[in-house]
Design a protein around this ligand. Structure first.
Ligand SMILES: NC(=O)c1ccc[n+]([C@@H]2O[C@H](COP(=O)([O-])OP(=O)(O)OC[C@H]3O[C@@H](n4cnc5c(N)ncnc54)[C@H](OP(=O)(O)O)[C@@H]3O)[C@@H](O)[C@H]2O)c1
Length: 304
């Protein structure tokens, strides 16, 4: 499995399996299928309310594949609380307690990566990050990072003299390339982890109730028979999904494709046998459309 160095002693596999919007009673089968298909990195979160099922799937998948816990990279995320939505913001103490509860649900002693899910509450951001630093010292998280943080949110941590996050999980795909943030992360030695890589597909989050801020134009562009990713995918003899995932990996971004269909789960893992050529990488670079669309409230990297 191809990996990228996250810290001096932690490697993150480029291919991860996403579990957002998979219900707790369905996710175990999907995670087991992913591990059987070769995924060695699983992404979940307190907020997905499926950590129990993910834990069951990890146990079954490791057993089926004859693997040990150390062969798998597991990420979960702290839900920081958002007072704007009537939720109390977590403190250092409740942050430390929250990972303890996630570990019980996941049936694990540690996670490989623990992230603050979003930069909601300004007053508690530093306190929550101190909680993650403590959890790393306790060995409950091998590496710690953030998600949906913009430059100013990371600068706040640095200005307080706190350790720099190892990773920032953000929405990254050809339509939301975030060039300034990507450059900043590169300069700061922070690994960008790409989520919602498959946004340009016509099949992305089409079920009722799944968050999407895609515009009608984006939806129409995804349907077109001559959609640029469809044309490029044909050239390499791969699916559009594989092309989008391969683009990210060539940019150096670990990816987290989610699917509940076994055939898609398997095909989405098959992204290391072809290369997007320089001309197509340059063409994709010109397709940026700005902010992400995975959060109904707008791109959270822009939070105050
Ligand atoms: N940190 C954050 O705030 C954050 C936000 C969003 C996501 N994430 C993480 O990133 C993961 C991936 O992001 P995502 O769930 O937004 O979306 P994604 O993986 O980019 O796309 C998933 C969507 O595409 C469809 N799909 C998957 N493979 C396909 C294929 N080969 N052909 C056609 N359609 C396909 C899926 O449908 P089916 O399931 O029906 O196949 C689903 O509707 C999440 O699961 C989560 O772990 C994190």
């Amino acid at each position: 499995m191809k990996t990228r160095a996250l810290t001096a002693d932690v490697q993150i596999p480029y291919l991860g399996f996403g579990t957002y919007l998979i219900a707790d009673d369905a996710v175990a089968a999907a995670v087991e299928e992913a591990i059987r298909a070769g995924y060695r990195h699983i992404d979940t979160a307190e907020a997905y309310q499926n950590e129990s099922g993910v834990g069951a799937g990890i146990e079954a998948g490791l057993e089926a594949a004859g693997l040990a816990r150390r062969d798998l990279f597991v990420t979960t995320k702290l839900w920081p609380g958002n007072p704007a939505w009537g939720q109390p913001a977590k403190t250092t103490e409740s942050t430390v307690a929250a990972l303890g509860e996630s570990l019980v649900r996941l049936r694990l002693d540690y996670v490989d990566l623990y992230l603050i899910h979003a930069p909601f509450e300004r007053d508690q951001r530093l306190a929550q990050w101190r909680g993650l630093v403590e959890l790393r010292e306790q060995g409950k998280a091998r590496a710690i990072g953030v998600s949906n943080f913009g430059i100013k949110h990371i600068e706040e941590l640095k200005a307080a003299g706190l350790p720099t996050p190892a990773a920032n999980q953000i929405e990254l795909h050809p339509w939301s390339q975030k060039p300034e943030l990507a450059r900043y992360l590169d300069d700061s030695g922070i690994t960008p982890i790409a989520y919602s890589s498959l946004v340009p597909l016509a099949t992305w989050r089409t079920a009722a109730g799944q968050h999407s801020a895609k515009t009608d134009q984006m939806k129409a562009d995804g349907e077109r028979a001559d959609a640029p990713f469809r044309v490029m995918a044909r050239k390499y003899g791969v699916s559009e999904a594989q092309l989008l995932l391969r683009w990210a990996v060539q940019k150096g971004y670990p990816v987290l494709p989610k699917s509940t269909h076994p055939d898609r789960i398997r095909r989405n893992a098959d992204i290391f046998g072809f290369t997007v050529d320089d001309e197509d990488m340059a063409a994709i670079e010109r397709m940026d459309r700005g902010d992400g669309v995975a959060w109904a409230m707008g791109d959270p990297t822009k939070a105050p």
